[in-house]
Design a protein around this ligand. Structure first.
Ligand code: F6P
Length: 544
């Protein structure tokens, strides 16, 4: 049962919802520019314009008040102080420490973190100029893969001859494609796994070990690093060099730890330090800025508002820079693995919907695929446009057009197009036998579709660090408002353990206790022409 202050605020939020929706107040005010000043902000070089969202000043005050009544600052500070905020795993969530300065860490007695950071960045610097090494093969999945991949695609390889390759998925096709291009003696392997028990990573690692052993049985030990919270398992696997990180670093928050080794090799230790500094600047803003000007705080509240009061089931993220193509996938794990929960911190069902579906592709590619759906589809989905003000090429005209596209799409989503406007248009490419009245309804846009614009001056390590930290904190805010734990992920377990069970049955185990449909699949896959052999050809179906 909520306390009286909270109950009053919830009633006020319901009034806001009716007011904003009924009169489309927010659309009018966004179009007239009234909302503009209030919903703008900049922190750590990330400029945010959330004025095209279904909220306004009065609502933001009440949402902020509700977060204060629910003691968001207390929870935030508890996390920053290293308290156990991940109750179901009995752990702290210490990713902020990973980007603290050496001085701050030493002051808190966390010298081990300083030593590990120095050691892995020194190793990165050494590898960058090692003439014996031509290739780094990074193996890992989920949080042990998405962050390093994002860094590589966003920031590129800088000042080293090395090439970086990734193998994450358990299907081995990605790895085989990589290995076919390489010679074991030219490679260094970075095995990333917090648990060092993840099936896909061990399958890939075993294949690499066999591939190296064929060339020289001492190579795997000499050329492999493990990055893990479970050094004993890495050692048992035959890895001689390990950079360990504490188990209070969540996998999806681990980019800042030695999990970033391959990325640090590619971009250089100084750039990696700059990434940490950018995140740190955002951390400072999150910890110190007043709630109304605090970007992650406000965006987290907006996320909850859009999900629960506006009923938006998904959020689309469109970076207008192909270097950020991996950003939506990174966010999918960050947001959906963190906040895809239905049980609250007290073990009760969550009364409201939690994390929306996060999806997206770079613009302008996306304009030529799913933007039709965003503009005229039957569901409304808020869009997040990520812009980079200055490109790292010299074609100003191309970049101008790119940015114009992002702004044009955001404006179109909001303003829409009325039937009257559609009737007044002269249209090329329409059926010449149709009248203007027949055509116009197909060219109407409902509008009132929200979007947020985020912009950085350049796609630099600092700005990328700040952007990622902004999203981490925003996820924390939403989790706090939903009263869920963003740092566990029990929902990934069931499917994994059933897969182990099925694997044993596929390998010849009994089918007893198996559900009939799965048993049918097992018989089919384990039989002649099944999983271990080539497909028998077209026309197969699930019938026995
Ligand atoms: O199955 C989900 C998950 O546990 C993620 O949370 C994690 O990032 C990923 O698997 C990889 O785990 P690990 O780093 O332990 O191999």
């Amino acid at each position: 049962m909520s306390d009286p202050a909270e109950a009053l605020l919830l009633t006020r939020l319901a009034h806001h919802r009716d007011r904003l929706q009924r009169q489309a107040v927010w659309v009018k005010s966004a179009l007239s520019g009234d909302a503009h000043q209030d919903c703008l902000g900049e922190a750590a070089g990330i400029f945010v314009d959330a004025s095209r969202q279904p909220w306004d000043h009065a609502l933001r005050l009440d949402l902020t008040q509700l977060s204060l009544v629910r003691d968001l600052p207390g929870h935030r500070d508890a996390m920053a102080a290293g308290e156990v905020v991940n109750a179901s795993e009995g752990r702290a969530a210490g990713h902020l420490r990973l980007r603290a300065t050496d001085h701050e860490l030493s002051r808190k007695g966390l010298d081990e973190l300083v030593r590990t950071r120095r050691a892995f960045l020194e190793e990165a610097a050494r590898l960058r100029i090692d003439p014996q090494v031509q290739h780094i093969v990074h193996v890992g999945i989920g949080g042990s893969d998405l962050g390093p991949r994002l860094l590589l695609s966003a920031l590129g390889i800088r000042g080293t001859h090395l090439k970086i390759h990734f193998a994450g998925n358990g299907d081995l096709h990605e790895l085989e494609g990589v290995l076919s291009l390489l010679h074991p003696a030219q490679c260094v392997v970075v095995l990333c796994s917090k648990s060092f028990s993840t099936q896909e990573t061990l399958v890939n690692a075993s294949r690499i070990r066999a591939w190296m052993d064929q060339a020289d049985s001492s190579l795997f030990g000499q050329r492999t690093y493990a990055i893990t919270s479970n050094p004993a398992a890495a050692q048992a696997f035959g890895v001689l060099r390990t950079f360990a990180f504490p188990d209070w670093v969540g996998g999806r928050y681990s980019l800042w730890s030695p999990i970033g080794l391959s990325a640090a090799v590619a971009i250089g230790p100084e750039a990696f330090e700059a990434l940490l500094a950018g995140a740190r600047a955002m951390d400072r803003h999150w910890l110190e800025a007043p709630p109304e000007q605090n970007l992650p705080w406000q965006l987290g509240l907006l996320d909850v508002w859009n999900r629960n009061d506006m009923g938006f089931a998904s959020r689309c993220v469109v970076p207008y820079d192909s270097r950020l193509a991996r950003f939506p996938a990174y966010l999918q794990q960050l947001e959906m693995e963190s906040n895809g929960k239905s049980t609250d911190n007290h073990g009760r069902p969550v009364a409201q919907s939690t994390s929306p579906l996060i999806w997206g592709e770079p613009g302008t590619n996306a304009q030529h695929s799913f933007f039709q759906w965003l503009h005229q589809g039957s569901d409304v989905t808020p869009v997040e446009f990520i812009l980079v003000q200055h490109p790292d090429h010299s074609n100003a005209e191309a970049h101008r057009k790119l940015l114009a596209n992002a702004l044009g799409q955001s404006w179109a989503l909001l303003r829409g197009k009325t039937i009257r406007e559609a009737l007044g248009e002269r249209v090329k490419g329409a059926n010449p036998e149709w009248s203007a009245e027949q055509l116009a309804p197909h060219r109407v846009f409902a509008g009132a579709r929200p979007s947020t614009l985020l912009m950085m001056d350049r796609l630099s390590p600092e700005r990328l660090g700040a952007l990622l930290a902004l999203y981490e904190h925003r996820v924390f805010v939403a989790a706090h408002m939903w009263r869920i734990n963003p740092f566990d992920q029990w929902g990934v377990e069931l499917g994994k353990s059933l897969a182990d069970d099925i694997d044993r049955r596929l390998a010849g185990g009994s089918l007893e206790g198996c559900d009939p449909q799965t048993a049918r699949w097992i018989r089919r896959l384990a039989g002649p022409g099944g999983a271990a052999t080539q497909p028998t050809g077209a026309g197969s179906d699930l019938s026995e």
